[in-house]
Design a binder for this molecule. Structure first.
Ligand code: NAP
Ligand code: GCO
Length: 263
């Protein structure tokens, strides 16, 4: 089997009904992995199952709120009974609330931290013991441009994704000795439902100001697509990355390298 083969591996993608998680899961399946995903309600899980089936991917879907530690523990136990030990965890589930910080409630701030940072901690701590017993494991945390940069209205999200970068490095530090690699993928701006508000056409049909700004700020001159994340996910899930640990792989078309076009 090639170094990118995932044949015989079981991959759990959190929040994998659509968007980035769905695309990465399909890529991992194409590389040979068995796919397990969860989402927050049965409707989303059913939507995901139908979408995977349409892609020819035999996925198993479960309802689970990844912020609920007991529910995650029960889900992992069920996956281990019904499918097997999880080899690859992709902490993909995430939310964003775009609110100016001084207008954001502590409740809203905590909710973003809960999903985007506490949940990856919960899921990782739940799968690691079996990975240690198995003698190997891959954890991929979906970070963000906001793991490195700030911008107006995304204080909670940036705090969470910045924390997720350091959680990634700490898991790599603490569990690398057990042949567990924990890395991050930092997508740039990707066209998914989460960023749809930033791409909405204006009333006069002109592009959203952020859309124009972002495209000019990206050397690739375009928004990313979910397919742009598939190769990086397969790489970090495969033995091709067995000596890569604690690394955040930015898939951003060059945004982080670029000062921006002179007006
Ligand atoms: P998305 O379209 O909003 O999908 C996120 C998925 O996670 C949805 O299915 C969502 O379900 C699910 N989810 C949310 N909270 C959950 C919970 N408590 N338990 C279980 N599932 C939950 O987002 P996306 O654009 O695909 O992004 C996926 C990941 O990439 C996120 O971590 C995001 O922060 C990150 N990211 C996105 C971009 C981008 O430009 N799109 C760039 C960098 C990083 P619901 O439909 O119920 O919310
Ligand atoms: C925003 C966007 C970004 C993207 C992504 C960038 O409002 O700035 O939603 O945060 O989701 O995280 O990498």
């Amino acid at each position: 089997m090639g170094i990118f083969s995932l044949k015989g591996k079981i991959a759990w993608i959190t929040g994998g009904s659509y968007g980035i998680g769905f695309a990465m899961a399909c890529g991992l399946a194409q590389a040979g992995a068995a796919i397990v995903f969860n989402d927050i309600n049965q409707d989303l899980v059913d939507r995901g199952l139908a979408a995977y089936k349409e892609k020819g991917v035999e996925a198993r879907g479960y309802v689970c709120d990844v912020t609920d530690e007991a529910a995650v523990a029960a889900l992992v136990q069920r996956i281990e009974q019904e499918v097997g030990v999880i080899d690859i965890l992709v902490n993909n589930a995430g939310i964003i609330k775009r609110i100016p910080m001084t207008e954001m409630s502590a409740k809203d701030f905590r909710q973003v931290i809960d999903v985007d940072l506490n949940a990856p901690f919960i899921c990782a701590k739940t799968v690691i013991p079996a990975m240690i017993k198995k003698g190997s494991g891959k954890i991929i945390n979906i970070c963000s441009m906001m793991s490195e940069l700030g911008r107006e209205t995304v204080s909670a999200y940036a705090a969470a994704k910045g924390g997720l970068k350091m959680l990634t490095r700490n898991i790599a530090s603490e569990y690398g000795q057990y042949n567990i690699q924990c890395n991050g993928i930092g997508p740039g701006y990707i066209a998914t439902p989460q960023t749809a508000p930033l791409r909405e056409k204006q009333a006069d049909g002109s592009p959203h100001p952020f859309d124009s700004f972002l495209t000019a700020r990206t050397p690739a001159g375009r928004w990313g697509t979910t397919d742009d994340l598939v190769g990086p996910a397969v790489f970090l899930a495969s033995r091709a990355s067995d000596f890569v640990n604690g690394h955040i792989l930015y898939v951003d078309g060059g945004i982080l390298a670029y000062i921006g076009k002179q007006p």
